[in-house]
Design a protein around this ligand. Structure first.
Ligand code: NAD
Ligand code: 6OD
Length: 487
């Protein structure tokens, strides 16, 4: 049985309260570890360590030295690739084929990409005439914000955490991370890598625990945190913004979505079916960028639904290490109860259940896991909660549309605005429609293709700010002006 301790000032420490909670494997519900629950003392200690590190060797490092160290962190993750993979898979139940291609490689890449960004960051300068006939030079410098609070979800634990820690450290900040209570493992393992490659103590800290009245809330309320970056539910983001407002701290918010998938009759049919099936079912539907509402142009509607049904039914649930496993379980029984409540609601409201709608019959111990069937509905009114609320499960509702204007209106009829995936061979139409759909990310004939240098973030209730490439610098640094009168 594993024990997940906090990582504070370069050391693994337990909680003063002695409180621990269980870490369960969603594949079979077994307890795989005990996690120390952090409270105010642990948050205060981690924040103090992070503050002190800003004034220690870390704060005195040059950019090239930091860059070198971040490269070593990436190499350190890759050197222990199999351990990170096993830890992520045990916490999430996701197929090894997915985590080995996405979660772990990108977790490492996030350190290299932001090291490269900081190495090449341009600054501006302005020469000015002074009132006394002399001259002055203005130039801007980027300084770290200070101690950054990083609060993470469970769906892509290492990937989404390093997506924030990478740029934060590249910019010279120190961090206190609060991983999701569901997925403590890879954030803890990263502490070992930080020590091994020589990242000074206090630069990277981890405090485990829950949100309200626990480590998450205490971290956001800590007066010594300079900025808060959060990925998770919109409602949680609102609570965190409230806490951040008290100290006038900047926030970066990557929040929920109810993303429309749009398929025109002229699309490459097979590619569109494949793309939408990934967007709806990958990672058991637990991807903020996934689509739970699909709009298909009427002439191909029936054919599309039939083809998507074939894809959904081909996704076999199974253990993560089996290369034939198409879909893992949901993260927890609690999440499954939530998703099943939408499955029930859809049925009660008269949806046609094209496929799925329940829990698959699993053998042996797997019966105790949080498995769920990929599900497709048609026939619900747009006013249904199933179409309006984020479910975060492997499911989608498919509806027909007739015109561009109609589908744009449907796509935008949501409080969210994270992304869309649009399928058409008519690039004129793609250009015409992209700016009309109120989202931060638009994919044409693709989904989840991401160059890490590009801006990432949502519109409307899906987020505030952009992270990625140089855009992360806006959040993780403060721009200051220096004016030198030299003549
Ligand atoms: P969540 O909001 O429940 O929890 C996220 C984190 O916040 C956890 O670490 C949790 O302990 C912490 N937390 C909860 N309440 C808190 C509080 N009051 N103060 C401080 N911390 C608190 O989200 P989740 O269920 O872990 O993840 C799923 C959600 O995340 C979905 O809504 C999904 O769309 C969203 N998400 C968004 C993105 C994006 O980039 N936009 C990416 C991934 C996931
Ligand atoms: O691609 C990424 O780096 C990224 N931030 C993905 C987010 C996925 C949300 O679940």
């Amino acid at each position: 049985m594993k024990e997940f301790k906090h990582f504070i000032n370069g050391k693994f420490v337990g909680s003063q309260s002695g409180k621990k909670f269980e870490d369960r494997n969603p594949v079979d519900g077994s307890v795989i570890g005990m996690v120390h629950e952090g409270g105010k003392p642990e948050v205060d200690a981690a924040v103090a360590a992070a503050r002190a590190a800003l004034h220690g060797p870390w704060g005195r490092m040059t950019v090239p030295q930091r860059v070198e160290l971040l490269y070593k962190v990436a190499d350190g993750i890759n050197a222990r690739f199999d351990e990170f993979l096993a830890a992520e898979v045990a916490d999430t139940g996701k197929p090894v084929s997915l985590a080995s291609h996405l979660d772990i490689p990108r977790g490492a890449a996030n350190f290299k990409i932001f090291a490269d960004v900081i190495k090449n960051v341009p600054t501006e300068s302005f020469e000015m005439a002074t009132p006394d006939g002399g001259s002055a030079l203005n130039y801007s410098v980027r300084v770290p914000r200070g101690v950054v609070g990083v609060i993470c979800p469970w769906n892509l634990p290492l990937l989404l955490m390093t997506w924030k820690v990478g740029p934060a450290l590249a910019c010279g900040n120190t961090v206190v991370v609060k991983p999701s209570e569901e997925t403590p493992a890879t954030a803890t393992l990263l502490g070992e890598v930080m020590n091994a490659v020589g990242v000074p103590p206090g630069v990277y800290n981890v405090v485990h625990g829950f949100g309200p009245d626990s480590a998450g809330q205490y971290l956001t309320e800590s007066p010594d945190i300079n900025a808060i970056t959060f990925t998770g539910e919109t409602r949680t983001g609102q609570a965190i913004m409230g806490a951040a407002a008290k100290g006038l701290r900047p926030v970066s918010m990557e929040l929920g979505g109810k993303n429309p998938g749009i398929v025109f009759a002229d699309a490459d049919f097979d590619a569109a079916v494949e793309g939408i099936s990934k967007a709806a079912f990958a990672n058991c539907g637990q991807v903020c960028l996934g689509t739970e509402r699909v709009y298909v142009e009427r002439p191909i509607f029936d054919k599309f639904v039939a083809a998507l049904k074939v894809k959904a039914e081909a996704m076999k649930p199974g253990i993560p290490s089996d290369s034939h496993t198409g879909i893992g379980p949901l993260i927890s029984h609690e999440q499954r109860d939530k998703v099943l409540s939408f499955y029930k609601k859809a049925k009660d409201e008269g949806a046609t259940v094209v496929t799925g709608g329940g829990v698959p019959d699993m053998p042996g111990n797997l019966k105790n896991g949080s498995w769920i069937q990929p599900t497709i509905w048609t026939g619900l009114p747009e006013s249904s909660d199933v179409i309006r609320k984020e479910i975060f499960g492997p499911c989608c509702h498919v509806a027909p549309f007739d015109t561009e204007d109609e589908v744009v209106a449907l796509a935008n009829d949501t409080p969210y605005g994270l992304c869309t995936t649009l399928w058409t061979k008519d690039l004129g139409r793609a250009h015409r429609l992209s700016p009309r759909i109120d989202v931060g990310l638009t994919w044409i004939n693709s989904w989840f293709l991401r160059d890490l240098r590009t801006p990432f973030g949502g519109s409307k209730a899906s987020g505030i700010g952009r992270e990625g490439g140089v855009h992360s610098l806006e959040f993780y640094t403060e721009l200051r002006n220096v004016c030198i009168k030299y003549a």
